[in-house]
Design a protein around this ligand. Structure first.
Ligand code: HEM
Length: 435
């Protein structure tokens, strides 16, 4: 039976609890750049669990109708129904625009003309540009062959290390990302991604931090210099060959570099899942047994493992939309808030909520649920998803080819117990033995 869309008003207590158990922990952990110290505390105190429990109680109390939070001067609706998630995301960008007050405040620090914070008219050419370069509809990008070789090179360097920590992983990961996006000439240019990291730290504070225009100009110029080289085999070459009318390409690329950070965490967590789940690891090894990891492959099972990593620990835990006109959800300007960790881990609906179950991405179970949206959904779905799945699965294939990984640091992922609501990737450590 369809759920009524008309929002029900939250009590003051409910609003305060949503703020304390859902919104604040999300903001504190760093929405644009993760804060390792806060993540470590969140993991230790198991903070994520209480937010999901609260959301379940609210859903049953209010028959899954949207909950209008009591926030003076704002109309903010919290989504409680799986079906409503799909409906809102499908109705993007009109009447539900992805460009919201909060996102404009944060992302304008480093990508003032990014697609995600564009109004409806500006959005069209920017979205088209992103799709033409990133090719979201293709599981293997036109650059899959050079990308796979780059992944294999970096994986070979990682495989030389006897211990794989976040520190060693992230050095190789950023070399890889700069190479994929900007070309070999940017592989060792830490400065460009360090400048972006500083701007992203500012962005965590949204409008509460002043915009540093000089710092942004330095980043923008350095990025543009790399893009101008248009190195064959990199996304920069595809950017140069794509129509740029109405676009600031550097702003789109700034988003890609930012989003590849999340992809690194997702890949590292996926390695943690595989290292602790022998059955799933065996399936992954069967998939790659006869393959050369330096060549591009579809790798459906490893991709499903990566999708599970994002389902279990979404890197965009809050999806926001802002209505462009009056709708059943409220007046124009209403913010619609989708808290994905609740929908991705809802034990009332998903029998596998807290388990590592890659098969849901292969047998139609995930597709049948409109609220399993690790890469968002609808017309603003992440255009980078296939590149991410390709890079992450290819890197995992190369690592598993080289070694058997055993987890020696960070929170243990026991396959016989519910997986934790928060997994701090920065403390994960593995040792590799030749498999
Ligand atoms: C694990 C890694 C990633 C995840 C989980 C992810 C997820 C998402 C999500 C959930 C959104 C929607 C955000 C919203 O509605 O507020 C989004 C948007 C977007 N993502 Fe990703 N993303 C990832 C990596 C990437 C990468 C590497 C790229 C580029 C190479 C990319 C490009 C974009 C762009 C351009 C948008 C804005 C789309 C639009 O507004 O139309 N993402 N992503």
């Amino acid at each position: 039976m369809p759920t009524d869309i008309e929002p029900v008003n939250a009590s003051t207590t409910e609003t305060v609890r949503i703020a304390a158990e859902v919104v604040l922990p999300t903001l504190a952990s760093g929405v644009i750049k993760r804060r390792p110290a806060v993540l470590a505390v969140a993991e230790r105190l198991r903070l994520g669990r209480s937010g999901v429990g609260l959301m379940r109680r609210l859903r049953s109390r209010h028959d899954a109708r949207p909950l209008r939070l009591r926030v003076p001067g704002r109309s903010i609706d919290l989504v409680l129904s799986h079906e409503h998630v799909g409906e809102v995301l499908a109705a993007t960008p009109v009447p539900f625009s992805p460009s919201t007050f909060e996102k404009r405040a944060a992302l304008s620090h480093f990508q003032p003309h990014g697609v995600l914070i564009s109004d409806v008219d500006e959005r069209r050419p920017r979205r088209r540009f992103n799709e033409e370069v990133l090719e979201p509809q293709r599981s293997l990008h036109e650059l899959a062959a050079p990308l796979a070789r780059a992944v294999a090179d970096e994986a070979a360097l990682l495989a030389r290390e006897s211990e794989l920590s976040w520190h060693t992983f992230t050095i190789a990961w950023w070399q890889l990302v700069r190479r994929l996006v900007l070309g070999e000439g940017a592989r060792y240019d830490d400065t460009v991604t360090d400048l972006l990291a500083r701007l992203r730290l500012d962005a965590n504070w949204a409008y509460a931090h002043r915009r540093r225009d000089r710092l942004h100009a330095r980043f923008h110029n350095r990025l543009t210099t790399h893009l101008d080289r248009a190195e064959p085999g990199s996304l920069a070459a595809v950017v140069a060959a794509t129509d740029q009318a109405g676009i600031d390409p550097a702003d789109q690329v700034a988003h890609w570099l930012f989003a590849f950070d999340a992809a690194g965490m997702v890949t590292f967590r996926a390695l943690g899942l595989l290292a602790n789940h022998p059955d799933q690891q065996r399936r992954a090894r069967e998939e790659i047994a006869d393959l050369d990891p330096a060549e591009p492959h579809q790798l459906p099972y490893l991709r499903a493992c990566v999708l599970e990593s994002v389902r279990l620990w979404p890197t965009t835990p809050v999806l926001l939309r802002e209505s462009t006109t009056a709708t059943a959800w409220g007046p124009a300007g209403t913010t619609v808030l989708i808290f994905t960790p609740f929908f991705h881990r809802d034990p009332g609906v998903l029998p596998y909520a807290d388990r590592f179950e890659p098969d849901i991405w292969l047998d139609g179970r995930a597709e049948a649920n409109p609220a399993l949206v690790p890469f968002s959904g609808g017309p603003a779905v992440c255009p980078g998803r296939n590149i991410v799945l390709f890079c992450a699965s290819t890197l995992l294939a190369a690592l598993l080819h080289a070694h058997d990984y055993r987890q020696v640091g960070g929170l243990r992922l026991d396959p016989d117990r519910p997986l934790p609501a928060t997994l701090d990737p920065f403390r994960l450590r593995f040792t590799g033995t030749v498999g």
